[in-house]
Ligand binder design. Sequence first.
Ligand code: GLY
Length: 568
Amino acid sequence: MKMRSITKTFVVALTLLLSITLFAEGGRTPLRAKNGIVTSASHIASQVGVDIMKQGGNAIDAAVATAFALSVTWPSAGNIGGGGFMVYHGDDGKATTFDFREKAPLAATERMYLGLDGLVVDNSNHRSLLSVGVPGTVAGMYKAHQELGKLPWADLVAPAVKLARDGIPVSWELYSGFRSNQSFWDQYPSSAEVFLKPDGSSYEFGDTWVQPDLAATLELIQEQGRDGFYKGKNAKMLADFMRANGGIITEEDLEKYEAVEREPVRGTYRGYEIVSMPPPSSGGVVIIEMLNILEGYNLASYGHNSAQYLHLLTESMRRAYADRAEFLGDPDFNESMPLERLMDKDYAAKLRASIDMNKASVSDENEYASIYESDETTHYSVVDKDGNMVSVTYTLENGYGSRIVAEGGGYLLNNEMGDFNAVPGVTNRNGQIGTTPNLIEPQKRMLSSMSPTIVAKDGRPVFAVGSPGGRTIINTTIQAILNIIDFNMNIAESVEAPRIHHQWLPDVTSFEGLGFSEDSIRLYEDMGHEVRARGEQGSVMGVYFDRDSDLFLGAADSRAGDGGVVGY
Ligand code: GLY
């Protein structure tokens, strides 16, 4: 070993020893740290992100390393076979986003899932190799790193390679996830190779889970960057697997895939700046539209989760979700989306004027409903020592995506094609939607609800939030924002507080069953709302910069069983 590299290794080791790592799993007290924080659905992945910052990496470096680590430790949604969105806000005021949403393959057609009767055949848009969109994650991470990263790319992928090769403990969450998907492992031999032991038996809680094929694919990415996934060995392997098993993604699809850097959507709320993801995410636009409506009320005076507050929240959700369904889709295929109007304060004032303070509106079934999206996905947030923030939500769509592992590649493939409107023209009260902006076209990105968001003041980031949860993501995220701005909660209280969801159609409000007072719900019902109790709604991972104490605060939602916030 040369002298210089010995010195470098020594310096890095010393730095790691001297900076104390701080860790928390959830609860109402935020983690406080001086130098940086990562919070994610996997405490192991959060630790990887913090280690990268300790080595001198910035928030983007940590976000890239965390994404690859999650692809190993959180197979339910962490991925290299899926896609998502990243929002960045630097302390210098620079804000940008990276869109690495999956795309429809070149051979996709508008009616590809329909039988002669015009109905979707066998749920094939959610459950088959045809449901797989061209993955975007590796391209997105690579682009973000090229634009804003600091450390060498290979260093950011290295921890994930090691985790996959050496193995990780099977946590209770992993054990439960593997068990509940047993029927898929029985169906797909390439998946059984990853999620069952070599002798075909199930992994037990506490076992060590090693993923040699995934480690090899990650090594290709480590060595070759974007091309390690989209060209050469992996591209050929994936295209061959598709061809042999009825899928339609080709090497040309992979070669053509590009992540896109996009201008964020921006709004204001009570003196804060909202910086969020533009289409093909619906999240940013809908959050800003709802906040604009709610700005006209003194929400704090009604009390957190009071019937009056929940009523106004619901009415803003109802209106903004109707617009989401009518107008939003991939911007590269929908040039005339009225984004400015939807995020305009005057438009919000008109919507506000249609709200009765004491009586629920009725969702018109001739208006628009939202498509089905699954409850899975994952969000993580990062802040580095300079106060730069990154907010990332990415997904395979369903938990474990299509449940199909790319043979030889060791990674799960998404089933994101299900986020397109599969039946043109058919919109109904069950939540099916057939509007034009989100119909299937080759190379188009499917509409998403993922809402990674950063809230700033005077051009400097204050907090970053986001959540998994399909259609509920937008509502979970906005409630975390309102909890901080209107109800003065700290970041941990804000991610823990119970939440509701309404999405225009079906015209029902779901609420976390254990979190609300019976009296408030009764008063809310008396206003004309139909309610349904549900289990947990999303899991928010948030970071906050408290400029008074000059400390970073972070929280991992305790709803995420493997989640953890790590700082130093
Ligand atoms: N698949 C969930 C979403 O993109 O919103």
